[in-house]
Design a protein around this ligand. Structure first.
Ligand SMILES: Cc1cc2nc3c(=O)[nH]c(=O)nc-3n(C[C@H](O)[C@H](O)[C@H](O)COP(=O)(O)O)c2cc1C
Length: 391
């Protein structure tokens, strides 16, 4: 029997009914004023009922600047918090915990997007350096990320922006927060030298580039009653949204960051291995140019996991990206990981835990790429219409 379906108690005493965690999945379906509605209640409740230990919400925006997905949710007003309360209450009734994923895209935005125009925003980032790539599906000609980026004057203001959402998330009943330091979004932009050329205390040395994220963890911990229910999602090998760094920078930066996070007794660290050299070709495999190559079969989970998971550590290690049940089970058996975050299979399977229990393979996506973010006729389409296993 798979260890993934066994209950698990984290080092800091958080009781989970399985080692399966639903990863954050943006689905671009919050069509009612950036709030979740009945479709989201059903979607998350179905997956909670199946037996996930923790459900991480889709990325929820902490700032009105928004993102390239025009129906991504926000957590800025009481109205947003109330709408999420309905979802979180329903998930709790089914016995899962629910974490709020705090999202700020920083330079990954385009000021031509309607939300930017309506709220009169400019695109801000650690430094005025545009991100390459991006594709704004709702703008004529599908342009990329803006070239008109402004440097953030005082990063502490942004921490206050995150805090505003964290307090609302608490009101909404979320059990914890995960924030993304990957994907080339704002916290990641502070971390990497290609996006951060600041000359103040938030740029330059590794210590300075990690400062924003460590201060953010500190602030959110205060608001959430300690670090126990705070998590970060990192991906050292990432290249999404112009975020690739050299192997040397990666080693130096993540060694320092992880040690400091674990020292602060952070509840959870998720290491994602998107872009790793593990011999699995997926839709998220990007070639790395000369100067950025990784060692053969390089897997950041195996490289950095030991900094998180060791006797006495108070931080739980979750892993993510292209795991199958067998590999995750083997790593649990070897004592190398605690929890598995499952992403894409949760889109096409409302019941992955039950499938693991019964040995039924996960269904695959046989409907094409639009199932992720649309277009759709109703938010339920390709969202709440995936069958459960019959076996
Ligand atoms: C449609 C889609 C939306 C996603 N949205 C988010 C998101 O909002 N936040 C996030 O951290 N990761 C997001 N991801 C990444 C997933 O959480 C996960 O890291 C990725 O799918 C790899 O896990 P898997 O191999 O189990 O699918 C998204 C991925 C997909 C396919």
């Amino acid at each position: 029997m798979s260890s993934l379906i066994e209950p698990f108690t984290t080092a800091n005493g958080c009781k989970l009914r399985s080692r399966v965690v639903m990863a954050a999945l943006t689905r671009n379906r919050c069509v009612d004023s950036f709030k979740p509605g009945p479709a989201q209640v059903k979607y998350y409740t179905d997956r909670a009922r199946d037996g996930a230990g923790i459900i991480v919400s889709e990325g929820i925006l902490v700032d009105w600047a928004g993102t390239d997905w025009k129906h991504a949710p926000f957590m800025i007003t009481d109205d947003h918090a109330q709408a999420w309360r309905t979802v979180v209450d329903a998930v709790h009734k089914e016995g899962a915990l629910m974490f709020f994923q705090a999202w700020h895209p920083g330079r990954c935005q385009n000021e031509q997007m309607p939300i930017m125009k309506e709220t009169g925003r400019a695109v801000f980032a650690p430094s005025a350096i545009p991100a390459k790539n991006g594709k704004y599906h709702d703008l004529p000609g599908m342009p990329g990320h803006t070239t008109n980026v402004h440097a953030i004057e005082n990063p502490r203001d942004l921490i206050d922006t995150y805090r505003r959402s964290a307090l609302l998330a608490k009101k909404a009943g979320f059990d914890g927060i995960e924030f993304i330091i990957q994907g080339g979004y704002l916290p990641h932009q502070f971390l990497i030298s290609r996006a951060n050329k600041r000359t103040d205390a938030y740029g330059g040395s590794v210590e300075n580039r990690c400062r924003f994220n460590l201060e953010l963890v500190g602030a959110l911990s205060e608001d959430f009653g300690g670090p126990k229910f705070i998590g970060v999602k990192i991906c050292p090998t990432d290249s999404l949204n112009d975020s690739m760094v050299t192997f040397e920078e990666m080693q130096e930066t993540y060694t320092y960051l992880i040690k400091k996070l674990v020292e602060r007794k952070l509840g959870f660290i998720t290491i994602c291995r998107r872009g790793a050299n593990i011999g699995v070709e997926t839709e998220f495999s990007f070639p790395r140019p000369e100067g950025y190559l990784l060692p053969r079969m390089y897997d950041p989970v195996l490289d950095f996991g030991g900094l998180v998971k060791y006797p006495g550590s108070q931080t739980t290690l979750m892993v993510n990206q292209d795991y199958d049940v067998e590999e995750a089970d083997q790593l649990i058996k070897e004592g190398k990981i605690d929890l598995l975050q499952i992403g894409r299979p949760y889109i096409y399977n409302p019941d992955p835990v039950n499938r693991i229990r019964k040995g039924v393979p996960f269904a695959k996506n046989d409907r094409g790429g639009s199932v992720y973010y649309g277009p759709y006729n109703t938010p339920d389409e390709n969202y709440n219409d995936w069958p459960k296993a019959t076996a």
